[in-house]
Write a protein that binds this ligand. Sequence first.
Ligand code: FES
Length: 616
Amino acid sequence: MTVYIVYFEPVGRKGECRANQSLLDCAHRLGMGIASLCGGQGTCHSCKIQLLSGTVSAPTGNEREVFSSEELKDGWRLACQTYPASDCKLNVPSESMTTTQRTQVEGLEITVAPEPPVQAYHLKLAGPSLSNPQADAEHLLQELNHQHHLHCNRVDIDVMRLLSPQLRSWKWQCQTSVRDNEVIALGPWPSRQLGLAVDLGTTKIASYLIDLSDGRTLASKGDMNPQIRYGEDIISRISSAIKSPKKGVQLQQITVEALNQLVADLCADIHANTEEIVEAVVVGNTAMHHLFLGLPVRQLALSPFVPAVTSALDIKARDLGLHIAAGAYVHLLPNIAGFVGADHVAMLLATDAWQAEGITLALDIGTNTEVSLIAGGKITTVSCASGPAFEGYHIKHGMRAASGAIERVQLADDNIQYQTVDKAPPVGICGSGILDAIAQLYLAGVINEGGRMLQSHPRVRNGQKQREFVLIGDEERSGQPAIVITQQDVRELQLAKSAIRTGIQVLLDTGGYSEDEISQVAIAGAFGTYIDVSSAITTGMLPAIPLNRFQQVGNAAGMGAKMALISLSKRADGAAVASRVRYIELASAPDFTQTFVQAGYLGRYRIRHGNREKID
Ligand code: FES
């Protein structure tokens, strides 16, 4: 029987599927939680999936009833009715999932004095009369300036379109939202002034609803970036947009759709109206920024990797398709370079690393890792192509941090202890688990300093093509295949950690510092939040300095976005940070190749009781 490889996005799980096995059966065998209320009869329509690439069986009668010909053409199918006819990649929409993926929205909470760009004013108007038949917009501006000593001179066109009936229905009393001398929203008095902060990551989106009057976070929500169906990393999405302008438009549209859904969900959580959101701040890496704005991305992929724009931008939300208050703006913090975007500026802002004393390293670990070294008021930054291994890609049993992912591993003698997300039965292994596993195998002598797996352990076996270490045997998985770490998995992790370590080393060498001189390390990002720093040191990914110098700060980019939303001073700080950064193109650094090769070796130290100890 022919066997194909099926990839399930956005969870990042893959596995074998026989030609006579439905995609639903395949998903369930892999431990993926796809809804199947009718048990695969084709009648409940809860198992909708979308084919992104590859070929599958022809649609059944049930599917033709559910989907229009346009939807079928777009790849929409029922997983229980569909069989693979080649290797294929599928998108599983969140409504078809019974398990959710962990998305990082939590981070540092810093109190920022509110100094929002939008101010709310209470206004009472007399209304027109035969003796004073002044037009409504001019009447509003005149009274606003008179009653509140302002200098407003314009009313947003969408506000103007609704203004006359609204003022009459509110009996000439309203709340006026003013931004930079422009009336951008009207509401009944009193209304809330809400703000939206978004960290638009390559893999995940974190969103926050903020009360602009006091800076409190009222609701937060994370979701997967739907662009993932066009490729897991930045380069594949840029390539998609370059190859087909239609795909470039789709990448923008699906991002905005996802943001609109998050806005609706956040507002539903606190019984707010989306029109109460009068300002938004969005941060992301430069590629996400450009794709969100519909800017050209071709030049980002070609040396010298130039962004279309780096300065901060204010854009009407409606011009981007975002459904918030009529005349509201979206503020985008400045980018730094082609592969260092506003999310890194936001991270530096939130951690205050840019003003820190001593020598500070600030890392935002993801498929692309940005690293800054701050010393003596100077900021030097590199971007490292760490790749998607930490998201579970290119790892045999890798997956993202969804329910059932092994996230912690301990090896004591021959016994494996592990912990899974949600304490669910193990399904695969996510980034932090892979990092732990490699560190533990190295300390146990199962792999050597160069990453070679030695056959000196009872759990090491010869797989089909290579050696593999059995983490969980098939006898422990009710007949499902064992979960293993292969020799190739070790190589993938070495490549990823080597990219990060190279970035750190180049920054240290450029400044003339040794790693012992580093006084603090701030690690941001979802993966960075959940890793065991000791394991990262053992693998040689992070410098071997005492543990108390590390701080795992969660989604600091999201926090920075919130700060820039609440405070104009913080927005100005963001611009100052971006202008002070000296960006180094990693590949052009002296001795880059030698540094990269050296950085591939596993570490020389382990951490015991918070301090380093040489590995024998
Ligand atoms: S499981 Fe009910 S339609 Fe597929």
